[in-house]
Design a protein around this ligand. Sequence first.
Ligand code: NAD
Length: 259
Amino acid sequence: MGWLDGKTALITGGGSGIGRAVVDRYVEEGATVGVLELDGDRVTALNEEYGDTVHAVQGDVSEWEDNERAVAETVSEFGKLDIFVGNAGIFDKVVQLADLEPDELETAFEEVFRVNVLGYMLGAKAALPELLKTEGCMVFTASYSSFYPATGGMVYTPSKHAIAGIIRELAYELAPKIRVNGVAPGYSPTNLSGVEALGQGESAADPDEIDERYPLRIPEAEEYAGYYVLLGSEENSRASTGAIIEADSGLSIRGADEP
Ligand code: NAD
């Protein structure tokens, strides 16, 4: 028996990293899964690998029509929608305000906020009518950067703070029918923020330093998936809405000084 037996989820950005790990774990726990993913090769790989249990759709979370289509195809394939996982995000690069020309700031703002913030809102809005039918739930990928400055991400960090606002506002709006919660990962070596990405620019963090800042060992993407099972399962988290679990390997309790 799996914790998500008989449930259907839609996961954005399910083709790589944390989203892909959640797809794999949700299937293991008995769910059928729709995916909205920008990268066509990852869409093909998911559909070929899973056949009947996963239905991946190529599209962009920042486009309303793509969100609508992903919800419609998931429901047509699996009959309903119980869990919406808003996860697709982009990091851009390590940037500080002083290093950006105004037009660069505007471009980065538009690109990152369009995917990381508008994309979450559009996905949630498209999923809402179906979730109201099943009294389902939403789980969003927030970040350590939803609460703290992290990586010199002058544009990324404010976008992730906005996600905390989306989670709390939606949780308030949709109670008592729909629970809305989030997971706030610290760091994991994915395609988004691999050591290569953190190594960009003058303000880049030293990859070796990244390890030293974490009291616990840095997890692989797969090690976050259990949080999404917990928050997606009524039995395990029915008293939580508007909650964001800090899964940051202890980074937030680390303090400013070296040990
Ligand atoms: P990733 O790049 O490995 O995976 C993200 C997936 O989303 C990719 O498959 C990508 O193609 C897809 N995607 C990107 N833009 C999209 C769009 N517009 N429409 C549809 N799909 C799109 O990265 P990841 O690290 O797994 O990131 C997933 C989430 O986790 C992001 O929201 C990120 O901000 C968050 N996060 C990551 C870390 C980390 O250290 N990796 C830490 C905290 C939070």
